[in-house]
Structures are given as C-alpha cells and as structure tokens.
Design a protein around this ligand. Structure first.
Ligand code: SF4
Length: 296
C-alpha cells in the first residue's frame, strides 16, 4: 500500500504495538498487522515508526448535499437534505464494488490535502440548511475517529447523524460510534458466510452483530442488499434473510434491494428489473411491506 508521508495525519485510536515496529489495528475485524511505513488493508491507516496514524482524519475527498432518500433512507426525515461526506478507503474487498473510485483509492503522497476540521463540517451543514449529516460514499468505519468527533459536535448542536456502512466494525469502536448515530443504512450483502468470504472478504456474523447493536440502541435502521444475479438472488437466501430479520429486527424493518451493474472486478451481467420485482413479491408474501427497489 502507498504511504502519504507529507500529510499531517493525527494519531489513530484502537491499535497495539507489536514486534519489529509493527502495529495491530483493532478498528475492524480484519485486524491488520501493519509493518512500519505501510498502510492497512483500507489504505488510510498508516504505521509511522511504530505508531498508527489516520490519513483520513480531516481529509474528506467528497462533500455534497444530497436528498436523504439517496442514502438510501426512506423513512428518516423524508424530503430533507443531508450534508454528506466521505474519504478514501474501505475495509472490505467486494469484487463487485460500485464505488471503487473512492473505496480503492489512497491519498497520494505527492499531494497536500486540505484539512477540514469537524467544526467546519458542522458549519457547512448549517449553512446548507441540512437537518442531518451523513458519513457515506466510502466506508465510514475507516475514518471512525473523524466521524466520532463530528458526530459528538452534531449531537451537541441538534444536528442528526446518518451512517451508511457495511457494518464491519469491531465491538469496542462500535460501542463508541453507534450511540452517536440517529439513523443508519447498513449493507447486508448476501445472507451467507460463503458469499461474504467469496465476494467481499468479510463476515456476515459481524454485520448481523452490528444490526443487532443498532436496533438495541434505537437507531433508525434501514438495510440495503445489492442483488447480484446468480450470487445472492435465490429465493432460499432471501427467505433465510427474512427469517432472520423477522426474528431479530421485526417485519416492519425497511429493506432495500438494488440492482447491481458490472463494476470493478465483477463482469456478471446487470440485475434484471424482474429479479427485484420477484424479490419484492416474495418479501410482501412473507408480510414485509416496507420494501424499496433501487437502481431501476
Ligand atoms: S480499519 Fe483498516 S487498517 Fe484497521 S483492521 Fe480494518 S482494514 Fe485493517
């Protein structure tokens, strides 16, 4: 992974020193062992002389005002705008990534990146008359220190916070981050460990733990599945997923199913609209009425 020595990166949290100047990152279940001078899998947490730093802290690469429905959140502050921000980097390696220009990018070592303090994010949110701000575009877990500092300010100033995440975060950081969140859209990429292992390099069990934690905290929760033909569109998998949601989150849970398009390293043809209609019919036949289809 590329380093970015000229960026004024602040120290990261959730890591431990290991032998030979290496560090072990504890932010997400990947638990990267990072040698000196290298970055972790996400590309934004770097070992400098035996200490871990976050290149993403204070360095959003995308800030925009979006409709809240674009997150997607259909039942949280409907009709409002949300100040949205993201950085580079992701802790999953989905072969079908629809957003690889951000997720697989690193901060170029040759470029000075403007520093945007948390206070400035709040100022922009208010200037744009947004009742909420969102950690989105790339995976917010990888910039958790920054997001937590922004979310604390937002809480103090009456601005709502939105998390759009893959749910792959370790329990300690999640226990600090999630209570500062008002609404979340979490990806459930495919309801089997085999799918997560083959297609994402992640763990379904971790994502389910995150969903349970958010539900217990009373966070407004919506869940998105990108439907990939032949990989996660079988009725059996959908039925198993609905069984789990019904038992653990409730049948009133808002579920989104979106069409996939060939991207990054996946050349499977795009999801036909009929597949999404079939899934929606199945959900409705099981008593799940809050179903939204995307990308069609
Ligand atoms: S947050 Fe990044 S560096 Fe840390 S364990 Fe996860 S992928 Fe590795």
């Amino acid at each position: 992974m590329e380093s970015a020595e000229n960026l004024a990166a602040p120290p990261a949290r959730w890591w431990a020193a290991e032998q030979d100047c290496s560090v072990r990152c504890g932010l997400c279940p990947r638990a990267c062992r990072i040698p000196a001078g290298k970055a972790g899998y996400c590309g934004v947490r770097i070992n400098r002389d035996g200490r871990l730093f976050s290149l993403a802290y204070g360095h959003p690469v995308s800030i925009a005002v979006d409709p809240i429905e674009k997150k997607p959140l259909n039942r949280f502050l409907p009709g409002t705008k949300v100040l949205s921000l993201g950085t580079f980097g992701c802790n999953l390696g989905c072969v079908f990534c629809q957003n690889y220009t951000l997720s697989r990018q690193c901060y170029p070592p040759s470029r000075q990146w403007p520093f945007v303090p948390p206070e400035e994010i709040l100022r922009l949110t208010k200037r744009e008359n947004c009742p909420s701000l969102a950690f989105t575009y790339n995976e917010p877990t990888v910039f958790a220190e920054y997001a937590i500092d922004i979310a604390r300010l937002a809480r103090n100033e009456g601005v709502k916070t939105v998390l759009v995440s893959n749910g792959m975060i370790s329990p300690g950081p999640a226990d600090e981050f999630f209570p500062l969140i008002d609404a979340a859209n979490i990806d459930m990429k495919g309801f089997s460990e085999a799918f997560y292992e083959e297609m994402c390099g992640g763990s379904l069990a971790v994502v389910l733990d995150s969903l349970l934690k958010l539900k217990k905290l009373g966070v407004h929760l919506e869940i998105t599945t990108l439907v990939i033909p032949g990989k996660n569109d079988a009725d059996e998998m959908t039925n198993n997923w609905l069984d789990w949601v019904g038992e653990n989150l409730g049948r009133e849970t808002v579920l989104h199913f979106s069409a996939y398009f060939p991207a990054w390293r996946c050349r499977i043809p795009a999801t036909p609209a009929e597949t999404l209609y079939r899934i929606r019919n199945l959900c409705r036949s099981r008593g799940f009425d809050n179903i939204y289809l995307g990308n069609i």
